[in-house]
Design a protein around this ligand. Structure first.
Ligand SMILES: C[S@@+](CC[C@H](N)C(=O)[O-])C[C@H]1O[C@@H](n2cnc3c(N)ncnc32)[C@H](O)[C@@H]1O
Length: 401
């Protein structure tokens, strides 16, 4: 379906610089999701109280070249709809869909702002790396809110400002020089970036972002015609103005003063008494290098189930270890039996040091036992949860109901 919207420079940009760099192989990706464990973790990250399902209706809004195909491959029982304003993105996704016979995937060339024309609602809306490119992100997000089912979950990723300072400096530099997203200009830009002065704020991103080796991805970051970042307060303001309620960060430990180095410093206590949104904002300022915010939100007329460790319910929670959580035995401080950590974290201070007894409790987590059945230690399981080492299945509440 095509829409009658004015041509958007962003759509034109992604026609020529599709993102992410196109792929033609989903075999490894599909194998990674085959055993169902990841699906259960991701379900309870979004819906702790709802019994596990993997047959949701899912909208991938601004799906790029492969995201919608990946969702269709990892959730064969789900119905997935991918929309994008760029015909190249839709075409690349269609190729993957054909190659992998993804009959559960529907693709539409369509702007997010027009998504209401589908006349459908979705249990999950995924919109990552897109809203910050819209002329009016509030309008796009409001349109997504209107198609989110009452118990539905929004997964979003927005750029964050402070960690991208170097990106915004080079974007401005390129605008001054009239650098355009065309092959010759990109080659010249790459040549200049190779000689970027030591200590330039873009340096760490250039070194650590594999994407930057690809011209389209480089253009996506440095020559994008529209790109506005959101600080933590900006994320909360955007959600509040569009009918959403924040639920959680996908990875929450970096935003939590008790989880990292600040937990052992006097400022950790000062931050911990602030309202939770200010705690998150303070951590963004302190860490200084966050480049994006990935989070889950729900409709504000359907507030999310809060995981609480101070009431009656927690003993009946079933903890499930997250995919990247491990107990490490190397280079431990005295009196510590293990360092519990999530390998997906990029901040090295996000470690939970465990005693022998705590390590035993961690090993007993099998996705079946409740907290009461392992050990009635709310404080420890709360720390595991904040450290992204577990998600909670609160759907049975076996012990306390
Ligand atoms: C950076 S890519 C992100 C792709 C994908 N979400 C991912 O995370 O891999 C941004 C995508 O959003 C699409 N896009 C930008 N503005 C849009 C709009 N108003 N409506 C629909 N798609 C849009 C672009 O065409 C592009 O494919």
């Amino acid at each position: 379906m095509t829409t009658e919207r004015e041509p958007d420079p962003i759509a034109a940009f992604y026609e020529h610089h599709p993102y992410p760099p196109p792929i033609d192989d989903l075999d490894r990706y599909r194998r990674g999701w085959a055993d169902g464990r990841l699906r259960r973790i991701e379900h309870h990250r979004r819906w702790p109280s709802a019994p596990f399902r993997d047959d949701h209706s899912i909208l991938i809004a601004g799906c790029g070249t492969s995201q919608a195909a990946k969702y269709a491959a990892r959730y064969p029982n789900a119905r997935v709809t991918g929309i994008d304003a760029s015909a190249t993105s839709i075409e690349q996704t269609r190729r993957l869909a054909e190659r992998y016979r993804l009959d559960n995937l529907d693709l539409r060339l369509m702007a997010i702002e027009d998504v209401g024309q589908l006349d459908e609602s979705f249990d999950q809306v995924v919109c990552t790396g897109v809203l910050h490119h819209l002329a009016e992100p509030e309008v796009g997000l409001r349109a997504l809110r209107d198609v989110l089912a009452p118990q539905g979950a929004l997964d979003a990723m927005l750029y964050a400002p402070y960690g991208r300072t170097g990106v915004y400096m080079i974007q401005e530099y390129c605008r001054m020089l009239g650098v355009r997203p065309e092959p010759g200009d990109i080659d010249d830009l790459v040549a200049s970036l190779r000689e970027l002065p030591t200590g330039h704020p873009l340096g760490p991103l250039l070194r650590n972002t594999p994407d930057f080796a690809n011209d389209d991805a480089l253009a996506d970051a440095l020559l994008n015609p529209r790109d506005q970042a959101y600080s933590v307060p900006g994320v909360f303001a955007l959600l509040a103005g569009t009918g959403f309620q924040f639920d959680r960060w996908i990875r929450q430990a970096p935003y939590r003063p008790q989880c990292g180095v600040l937990g052992g410093l006097p400022h950790g206590e000062r931050i911990a008494v602030l309202p939770i949104e200010q705690q998150f904002a303070a951590l963004e300022l302190y860490r200084g290098t966050m480049v994006r915010h990935s989070f889950i939100a729900h409709r504000d007329d359907d507030p999310p189930t809060t995981i609480r460790f101070d009431g009656e319910a927690w003993g009946g929670y079933v903890p499930i270890r997250t995919a990247n959580s491990v107990a490490v035995q190397e280079r431990l401080p005295a009196g510590v039996a293990a360092a519990l950590l999530n390998r997906a974290h990029t901040y090295p201070d996000l470690i939970l040091f465990a005693t022998e007894e705590q390590q035993r409790r961690f090993e007993l987590i099998d996705g079946q036992r409740t907290i009461d059945e392992i050990a009635a230690d709310a404080a420890f399981f709360e720390r595991l949860w904040w450290h992204d080492l577990i998600v909670i299945d609160a759907s049975a509440q076996r012990c306390h109901e």
